[in-house]
Design a protein around this ligand. Structure first.
Ligand code: PGA
Length: 260
């Protein structure tokens, strides 16, 4: 059975508690008529997770919550950090790990992301694992080399054998070329689909069971969503800037689901 396409809103460091509440009440109303056509995940800032969770429990069970980051330790002297257990308490199902803004602006390494994946497994949370090449990688013809490196660094045998492999069908892998994030530039959907095939092949080879959804992210908008979603192999999108208005995000969901 074909899984419904997935639409993730990554609000980044935008929308506080009050704005999150009114956004979700608005989006819930818009989605109420079509609850099964799409899987929708919202990733608000940490401070809005609790309020978001209460609203979604009351209104729209079809919308899931994600955190934008996590620390790999269960607790301890890590000023300013949040653990996976704490995220479970807020009603999160998913956590974004490996976003290029975390890798580039905050110096996160593949090793950090590997440890975060282990922490998510222990807590029963699911990853939205982001990978992507830089412009230099692409110009040097090293796109797959970069993506392959980012994936194999985190999909280690010890983690997979600890039970991680059993959940892979529920993961989201977001292919987000760094040069496409927030720039208005996008790759051709056919090129994205080719990368997605390579990602699925690598997962099949290393994990051996279950296929995750592979999503595209980077300057997704109302204008380009249909072209991405009608392309086979693109199971959904991770949307940043264009997800900040519930009206625009809903248009992306509706047009994307229709194009699939
Ligand atoms: P963008 O961000 O849609 O604003 O390009 C995507 C992302 O960073 O996940």
């Amino acid at each position: 059975m074909q899984r419904p396409p997935c639409f993730i809103a990554n609000w980044k460091m935008n929308l506080g508690v009050a704005a999150a509440k009114s956004y979700l009440m608005d989006l819930s109303k818009r989605c109420a008529d079509n609850p099964d056509v799409a899987k929708i995940i919202i990733a608000p800032p940490f401070t809005a997770l609790d309020a978001a969770s209460s609203i979604l429990k009351e209104g729209q069970p079809g919308i899931a919550l994600a955190a934008q980051n996590v620390h790999f330790a269960p607790s301890g002297a890590y000023t300013g950090e949040i653990s996976s257990e704490m995220l479970c308490e807020t009603g999160c199902t998913y956590v974004i790990i490996g976003h290029s803004e975390r890798r580039i602006l905050f110096g996160e390494s593949d090793e950090d992301i590997h440890k975060k994946l282990g922490a998510l497994r222990k807590a029963g949370l699911l990853p939205i694992l982001c990978i992507g090449e830089t412009r230099q990688d692409r110009q040097a013809g090293k796109t797959w080399q970069r993506l392959n490196g980012q994936l194999t660094a985190v999909l280690t045998d010890d983690l997979l054998e600890s039970g991680l492999a059993d959940t892979v069908a529920d993961w989201m892998i977001a292919y987000e070329p760094v040069w496409a994030i927030g720039t208005g530039e996008t790759p051709e959907p056919e090129d994205v689909a080719e990368v997605h095939l390579q990602i699925q092949a690598l997962i099949a080879e290393t994990v051996g069971k279950g296929a995750p959804r592979v999503l595209y992210g980077g300057s997704v908008s109302e204008k380009n969503i249909a072209d991405f979603m009608k392309t086979p192999g693109i199971d959904g999108v991770l949307v940043g800037g264009a997800s900040l208005s519930p009206e625009t995000f809903f248009k992306i969901i509706a047009q994307g689901a229709k194009a699939k």
